[in-house]
Design a protein around this ligand. Sequence first.
Ligand SMILES: [Ca+2]
Length: 649
Amino acid sequence: MRLVPLAGSLTLLALTLGSAAAPASAAPGRSRSTSPRLAQAVDVGRAPAAEKHRVVVSLDLRDRGALEAFLADVQDPSSPRYRRFMTQDEFNALHAPTPEQEQAVVQHLRGAGLRVTHRSANRLLVGASGSVAALERAFGVEIHRVRLAGEQHYAATDEPSFPADVASAVVGVIGLDDLSERRSHVRPVLPAVAPRAALGSNCCHLSPNDLFVFYDDTATFPGTGETIVIAGAYAWLDTDNAGFASQWGLPPLPAGSGQVCTGPVSSSGCKFSAQQSIEIALDVEYTHGTAPGARILNYMSASTSNADFTTMYNRVVTDDPGHVVSTSWGACEAGLPAATQQTDDNIFANANAIGQSWFAASGDNGSRDCSNLVTVDDPANSPHVIGVGGTKPRCSAGMTPTSPGCAGYGSESAWSGSGGGVSQVFARPGFQKGCGVPAGTQRLVPDVALEADTAPGNYVLENGSWYIVGGTSDAAPQWAGLAAQLDQRSGGALGNPGALLYGLCGTAALHDVTSGSNGDYGAAAGYDLVTGLGSFDAVQLLAAVGATSTTTTSTTTTTTRPSTTSTTTAPTTTTSSTTSPSPTTSTSVTTTTTPATTTTAPTTTTTPASSTTTTTLGGSCGPTGSACTRNGDCCSNSCKGKGRAKACN
Ligand SMILES: [Ca+2]
């Protein structure tokens, strides 16, 4: 059997993190793995042949040029294709791998002795699991045990290869090492007393009501009828959502909100974790705070591994439960295998084609996202995702012990932790132009920004306790909330709003941020590599977008509207915490950020997701695998099977 390396199928730039004293080397006659962190790892010998691992094989899109032309036209008001998004069936027919290509991959994996665990509706991914021996047979590699930063890992020391008839359709294999993983972009998390506590000397922090005032978000369009997906890991507690909403006078989450586990139900990433669920608590509370009328779904990755996150991203696309997606998880571009980034970008291109708008936090380590390297964060670096950086907000008045509420917009400067810079992986998208965008051919990050500094920081309720939280994880969910408002205002999906937003440069819809730095780059007039185009003025941005009568052909099958149509309450007075935030942790790629910054932080116990947060989405539409009686029961609008065994697929 002739094996063909996959390097030719990638147009990405090689990335390295430097050399190590005793790096793992390729087996004779094979090409050495390009996984960036392998160069720093020390080889400690072959992995046991019976050791089990899970991988995802990624197939490439077809006719990428025509797809990118469509994605430009669908955002061009002068094009007959403007806002006429594809259905997933149309996308599959034109741009997904062919059924024959996908079947060939499946047969190859089975032939090597692997178990195929997952096939996707858009044929972009094939999941498989099996022994090291089977993985080595399937991909023509050796798998070794390696040590990195004092911890034991596994890694293929070679690039994967496939038979020639399979190789041409394959992007790569995700999961042939565990040297990188996703991390959340939430940080310093400080326990706080409840917002109703007596005023102290460390006033004040931000609530949704302060942010309504600050960003001129009078919520004429609260996102009613829209669905926002949070793409991440770990479960929320319904009691936290209810307590947060009650505290700030928000309605409960609309009917149909819920949580979807994209792996086995016992997966660690689908459980509540007192330490890790601070991220989803922040995400859901501030998405809801910005768009109180929008249904919210938490799509949970089975774990923080790259393979599981890629699987989760693709489920968000193939289920297509809503037009807006926010993710506050990422990984350093320079440390992430190129095949993983290309695969995820293919998924996001599919998402844009069917009308989804994706927003991603740009990272919390400034211009040096990992290992003190000047690099950006993935997936905010994808040209098919809007990267969201961070600012430090200053209210026009208030935020004092005697007047703790934010009185209105004062100013913003760049947050020092705001991830931003020049991607070395992706080419610059066509929409990234004008507005002082510097010359060049590479993707620039971020696109936009919103408040993220830990001072004043945002109130978050998690596991029954209040915290003060900062990070670009503050910013991305609020941009997603605004996108849901824009969808409601415009009457349909927006897809990638890049062209729309860059076209609004210099208008009252955006606050240009002109001061501050993230280390290697400074904010300046117009576009900059710290805050992008800047933050939004919601009323102005909603007015600029306007309504459209264009009918989309999106496959979204939302049939149940949120039960509440109430708008947000008037801003209330924010009270203070008796703790003051101070950045005490950093989110380096080798250290998982957790709320445990003090001795009073939560414990690490995990419990199953609460019983009222189910994967049946409140009965409005079901995810893949859930029982159904007709197509309309499924988020995919596809119910198949016989009799009582029917299930969504
Ligand atoms: Ca600027």
